[in-house]
Design a protein around this ligand. Structure first.
Ligand code: ADP
Ligand code: ADP
Length: 183
């Protein structure tokens, strides 16, 4: 399976992805995590990305597409992948399509972790550090908006591959819904 997870921080992506990953033997490619690791180990890419990331801006499409292209060649991605944090722009989505087209494959499903800001607030208020990624939050809640992400969802809606999940429901119910969508 070739999947994309879309949803704001706190919507449950990190909770569901290990379950999906194990069930379908997929690799989990989270661009934010990969970029932070590149910065921490001072790889050439990391050195380029560092300043942009510190400003909270998106790194260039070429850089992030390159990272994904390389990562997908890993043996662990042979049976498919879960993309998390990518694509973040329509340009990235188009480049991803080109990349997959060359391999004769395509995205099977986009899992949209749709959730109300008020529920997100309950989940992440008081959470200073996002355990899995190391992201930090301010104590005063501001919904973590991802600019441009609606356009990305639109892009995949036109292809008819988006499954909207009831991300506000308990984790087990979300898992059941994911399994239904992927079966
Ligand atoms: P993300 O990876 O999208 O940022 P997480 O999976 O890390 O989200 O979840 C954020 C927080 O919300 C965690 O504390 C997690 O335990 C909790 N959580 C995740 N899914 C649910 C759910 N369906 N219902 C209630 N709380 C959840
Ligand atoms: P955030 O910390 O904004 O919730 P991530 O952990 O996914 O999101 O990403 C951390 C940083 O890595 C982003 O602020 C951005 O600079 C960079 N990044 C991650 N994914 C992408 C992407 N698809 N396109 C461009 N930049 C990205």
């Amino acid at each position: 399976k070739r999947l994309i997870l879309i949803g704001p921080p706190g919507s449950g992506k990190g909770t569901q992805s290990p379950i999906i990953k194990d069930e379908y033997c997929l690799c989990h490619l989270a661009t934010g995590d990969m970029l932070r690791a590149a910065v921490a180990t001072k790889t050439p890419l990391g050195i380029i990305a560092k300043e942009t990331m510190e400003k909270g801006e998106l790194v260039s499409d070429d850089l992030v597409v390159g990272i994904i292209d390389d990562a997908m060649k890993k043996p662990s991605c042979q049976k498919g992948f879960i993309l998390d944090g990518f694509p973040r722009t329509v340009a990235q989505a188009e480049k991803l399509d080109e990349m997959l087209q060359k391999q004769g494959t395509k995205i099977d499903k986009v899992l949209d972790f749709a959730i109300d800001d008020s529920i997100l607030e309950e989940r992440i208020t008081g959470r200073w550090i996002h355990a899995s990624s190391g992201r930090t939050y301010h104590t005063k809640f501001a919904p973590p908006k991802v600019p441009g992400i609606d356009d990305v969802i639109d892009y995949y809606n036109k292809k008819g591959v988006v499954a909207k999940l009831p991300a506000e429901k308990p984790p087990k119910e979300v898992t059941i819904e994911v399994q239904k969508v992927l079966s």
